[in-house]
Design a protein around this ligand. Structure first.
Ligand SMILES: *Cc1c(COP(=O)(O)O)cnc(C)c1O
Length: 470
């Protein structure tokens, strides 16, 4: 199974090039700053790209969360917002879009993904129970821990190796899961937490064969499978491209099948679903739904708006139907591949295979002379901003946080700076500029010193931590 390149994706249509399946109707000017200005902005931001003002950023690759460009149809939908407190028509449109696209039965809107994670974690985790998952995600694991759960990573070993070319590095290692069940008993497992694609591993997908086998294993032990559906559209595009037997199926068909092997899902609609704010929770079990529907009123809002305006739910309903289209995904992931191939051609170390939403620069390979406690990935994100005003994000020791049991840092194997590509926002020319800036930072890598953390918040520290140069 070979990874499709941006060129072979065009060849599916019998020609070499391909282009975005949309044209631009409205533009937003970008600011360009000088190096001296960026030195000042970065020092004021404590060398943390989360603390920069976006006005001081040229190309913003901090995240693909809430940064998508909406379509003219979605903006038109915003005008059809029904802002009734209860029973808004937009809620019913959203409910139908999720039911038809993902296949779950009962739907609750939430203000964003972590709102849904909070509700499901507190409802289904009993203190002390284990939550096995395919690598952690920051907010997901924190809500599991706050509910008394103990996260266990059961992703395949290849996921921790940035050079492994395994086509489905998001897969669950069923032997690791079985060993956990054998050691603790099925009753000690709250549920299996599956994410597709796996953000922290580099946007790597889970295969259909893996989720099917996971379902069978969990059925034997009476364990539920819950899905973090945040980037499932992108995951399903990889299944179509890479997994035997799926080449002729639409992403929509693949998604329905994948979700059918899971019992519930939570969603950050700010990612795949092409909206600037929103999330949802979807379950099939009525008794669980009743509990969640009661809890949503306490933390988010009434169960027909969950912290969202009617217009936001309408934009999401339309975005869901746009985001599952094959032509959208081909262009979205094609742009990521284009950037990744440029960097690969220039022998710059990135996580392979190239993932769905971002390019992950391997900061350990950039700065082998730094200790992990010198924050190499945080340093790399800072250097990139200084070079060109491009904003990336740390995904390494700062993001990993501390182990609540020992108080020491978690020491993740991967130390990555993430260049996250917003959906439908930047052009291919922007990708060229990004690649050139990464190359400049790579060429200057030997003289770079690391950072020390001088302010550390208790929760999700990477968002607000401050650093100084060593
Ligand atoms: C962003 C994200 C979340 C959390 O969603 P928010 O909308 O940011 O609250 C959960 N899981 C994954 C995999 C994510 O990428």
């Amino acid at each position: 199974m070979s990874q499709p390149t941006s060129q072979t994706m065009g060849q599916q249509f019998g020609r070499r090039s391909w282009a975005e399946p949309w044209k631009i109707k409205m533009v937003e000017p970008l600011t360009v700053t000088t190096r001296a200005e960026r030195e000042k902005c970065l020092a004021e931001a404590g060398y943390n790209t989360f603390l920069l003002h976006s006005d001081d950023v040229y190309i913003d690759l901090l995240t693909d969360s809430g940064t998508s460009a909406m379509s003219d149809r979605q903006w038109a939908g915003m005008m059809l917002g029904d802002e009734a407190y209860a029973g808004s028509r937009n809620f019913y449109n959203l409910e139908a879009a999720i039911q038809e696209t993902y296949g779950y039965q009962h739907i609750l809107p939430t203000h964003q993904g972590r709102g849904a994670e909070h509700l499901i974690s507190r409802t289904v985790i009993k203190p002390g129970q284990l939550v096995p998952g395919n690598m952690y995600f920051t907010t997901t694991r924190l809500h599991q821990e706050l509910a008394g759960g103990v996260f266990h990573d059961v992703i395949i070993d290849e996921a921790h190796d940035p050079t492994s070319l395994h086509p489905f590095k998001g897969n669950i290692d069923l032997d690791k899961l079985q060993a956990l069940i054998d050691a603790h008993g099925a009753a000690q497992i709250a549920y299996v937490s599956v994410a597709g694609t796996v953000n922290m591993a580099g946007g790597q997908p889970v295969s259909m064969a893996n989720i099917k086998a996971l379902r069978a294993l969990c059925d034997r032990h009476g364990i539920k499978v819950y899905l973090d559906a945040t980037r499932m559209m992108e995951n399903c595009w990889f299944i179509q491209q890479r997994e035997e037997g799926h080449a002729d199926r639409s992403v929509a068909q693949i998604l329905r099948e994948f979700c059918s092997y899971t019992d519930a899902a939570w969603m950050s609609a700010k990612k795949d679903n092409l909206v600037n704010i929103g999330g949802w929770l979807a379950v099939n079990d009525w008794a669980l739904f009743e509990e969640l529907r009661n809890l949503v009123v306490v933390y988010e809002g009434l169960h027909t708006y969950g912290g969202l305006a009617g217009r936001d739910m309408e934009a999401m309903a339309i975005g869901i139907r746009e985001s599952v289209r094959d032509d959208h995904l081909r262009s979205r992931i094609g742009q990521v591949l284009y950037l990744g191939e440029l960097l690969t051609d220039w022998r710059i170390p990135i996580v392979q295979p190239i993932g769905g939403h971002a390019i992950f620069l391997d900061a350990r390979a950039f700065y082998p002379h730094l200790q992990q406690t010198d924050f190499p990935a945080q340093t790399l994100a800072a250097e990139l901003y200084l070079d060109s005003g491009i904003r990336a994000m740390e995904r390494g020791i700062a993001s990993a946080g501390r182990d609540p049991r020992t108080g020491d840092h978690y020491y993740p194997k991967l130390e990555l700076a993430r260049l996250t590509i917003p959906r439908r926002v930047y052009t291919q020319a922007h990708m060229d500029v990004i690649a050139e800036s990464v190359k400049a930072v790579w060429d200057g890598r030997e003289s770079v010193r690391g950072l020390k953390m001088v302010y550390e918040p208790k929760y999700l520290r990477f968002f607000q931590a401050r650093f100084e140069r060593l």
